[in-house]
Design a protein around this ligand. Structure first.
Ligand SMILES: [Zn+2]
Ligand SMILES: [Zn+2]
Length: 547
């Protein structure tokens, strides 16, 4: 029987990874991730999950959910989507600790069978045999899976890089990778994030050196922001505090959470004791190293509040230094440039990765991909975890090494047949936005209306009609979120009232007696007039009351 690979998220985008393997009528899920909103997302939606409608008919055939590592784009949707899956979850200890916190917050901890596996272990779930293979990345315990389905052997990389000095956690095992290649790998399903970048991604050890140089030069307070889940970077910063005679204070919940998770699972053993914010007044600025959340300019995070001078526990002073030890994720440029400006206005020095090599990526550049394919010697590479251009560059690199590159996108059903790996069908995919506690398709009418309201505001009209469909009083007009100016607004209201009377006078009695038909007639005329008068077309809410 032929195995299948079906990405429902993460192929054609960076984020929201959700992969399925199918074999002998059973299904294995690898990763359940979220993605975050961007400029194209309706207002009020911060978190986006994959649409799992395609799984409805096979829900009872899911043998397990494997989470490769603890990044949000791999584990972040588990607590939102588990009720639709109801399958046991498998992951290593660090990931399990992060997953438990999320499941606990969602009240699901007692319901989800969560199994911790050891790095490097072998596991059998239904017809799927798998070996967990430790790699390096930017979080502890990144696992690849070497899956055996009948005669087919698939190496699912998860997120990885080759870091010779990862500072925290295990090294990658080059000998094991070569042994797997020797035994024969048919398919690699692999990370494409940096497939457009030549060279190597660099090591956390080099990053440590550059960060130390930056911090050692400063004579006043230093505040550093980085991804909270990057335990190696936190370890570096702990050491740098020690090396430069500074004490560490942490601002932001997600940093506390990850510090706690890392310590409880055996990482960050040498991390210094924290100085509470209440003690900062007694510590000279030159001895303070602040770690703050918000490396992407998230408005509710600590760094954003520090830049705006709104943090309840700390005010940055002139000559302090803020270090962004992270990359700018595309789409966040505006938010971050605004933060840099706000800090500069306070005469705070800003250091980013453009000024010094204080960040390294956690994903493989082209030389690392080449190294991996020389070790594994696969027949076929299927690029995932990337936008179209990343996946195209990845496929082209594989082809240049004489390996067949097969392109898929979310929803493709790829038959993993060595002779002819082919997309044999498509299934439904989509994106669900988290609105309050409900998951709503981003194409939902309510969300497009929300965007229209955000774009143009609302014009609310109330008409009170008698039995003969005559206006009992002047129509009530109210604008919400439409800047009209006081004087103009009054004249616009008078003009609108007149226009409504005019429109009504033109309608026959059939239309006048039907709420829907009358509403349509009024909206048609008013929409045109409002655009002419105000230059925008607000949404109209026409309420008809008959007495
Ligand atoms: Zn990822
Ligand atoms: Zn990752």
């Amino acid at each position: 029987m032929t195995p299948y690979f079906v990405p429902l998220g993460g192929s054609g985008e960076i984020g929201m990874n959700f992969n399925l393997y199918g074999f002998q009528g059973k299904w294995l899920i690898v990763d359940v991730g979220i993605t975050f909103s961007d400029d194209t997302t309706p207002p009020g939606i911060d978190v986006i999950c994959p649409d799992l409608s395609a799984l409805k008919s096979v829900r009872d055939e899911i043998v397990g959910i494997v989470i490769t590592h603890a990044h949000e784009d791999h584990v972040g949707a588990l607590h939102y989507l588990w009720r639709q899956l109801k399958a046991p979850v498998y992951c290593t200890a660090f990931t399990a600790s992060v997953a438990r916190r999320k499941l606990g917050e969602a009240g699901l901890l007692d319901q989800v069978p969560l199994h911790e596996v050891l790095p490097g272990c072998e596991l059998e779930l239904g017809p799927f045999q798998m070996e967990w293979v430790t790699l390096t990345h930017s979080i502890p315990e990144p696992n690849a899976l070497c899956l055996t389905m009948g005669d087919a052997r698939v190496f699912h990389t998860g997120d990885w890089k080759l870091d010779p000095h990862p500072l925290e956690g295990d090294h990658y095992d080059d000998r094991r990778l070569m042994e797997l290649g020797e035994a024969g790998i048919d398919f690699v399903i692999g990370d494409s994030t940096n497939a457009t970048q030549e060279g190597w991604s660099g090591s956390e050890a080099e990053c440590h050196k550059a960060l130390l140089e930056v911090v050692a030069k400063q004579t006043q307070r230093v505040a550093v922001t980085c991804f909270s889940s990057n335990t190696a970077r936190l370890a570096s910063l702990g050491d740098i505090a020690h090396e430069t005679g500074r004490r560490v204070t942490v601002l932001g919940r997600s940093l506390y959470n990850y510090l706690q998770t890392a310590k409880s699972t055996g990482y960050l053993r040498n991390f210094p004791d924290l100085v509470p914010t209440s003690d900062l007044d007694y510590l000279p600025r030159s001895e303070q190293l602040i770690l703050a959340t918000g490396s992407q300019g998230e408005p509710r995070a600590a760094m954003s509040k520090l830049a705006k001078g709104e943090h309840p526990d700390l005010v940055l002073d002139a000559d302090d230094t803020v270090v962004f030890s992270s990359k700018v994720i595309p789409g966040n440029e505006k938010k971050l440039f605004r933060l840099y400006d706000l800090l500069s206005q306070k005469k705070v020095q800003v250091v980013t990765e453009a000024d010094a090599p204080i960040h390294v990526s956690g994903h493989p550049c082209r030389d690392e991909l080449r190294w991996m394919y020389r070790a594994l010697r696969p027949q076929v590479v299927v690029p995932v975890h990337g936008e179209a251009r990343h996946m195209a560059a990845h496929a082209e690199l594989a082809e240049s090494m004489g390996i067949q590159g097969v392109r898929v996108t979310n929803g493709d059903v790829l038959a993993l047949s060595i002779d002819s790996p082919t997309v044999v069908a498509r299934v439904q995919t989509g994106r669900l936005g988290l609105s309050g506690s409900s998951l709503v398709p981003l194409s939902d009418r309510a969300l497009s209306e929300r965007r229209a309201l955000a774009d143009g505001g609302l014009c609310s009209l109330t008409l009170v009609l008698d039995k003969k469909a005559r206006l009992v009083s002047l129509p009530q007009v109210q604008f919400v979120g439409v800047p009209t100016g006081d004087v103009e607004s009054e004249s616009v209201v008078v003009d609108l009232q007149a226009l409504i009377e005019e429109v009504m006078a033109e309608q026959n009695s059939r239309i006048l007696q039907s709420d829907d038909a009358l509403r349509d007639a009024i909206q048609r005329e008013l929409g045109h007039a409002l655009r002419q008068w105000l230059g925008v077309k607000p949404r109209q809410l026409v309420q008809i009351v008959r007495i």
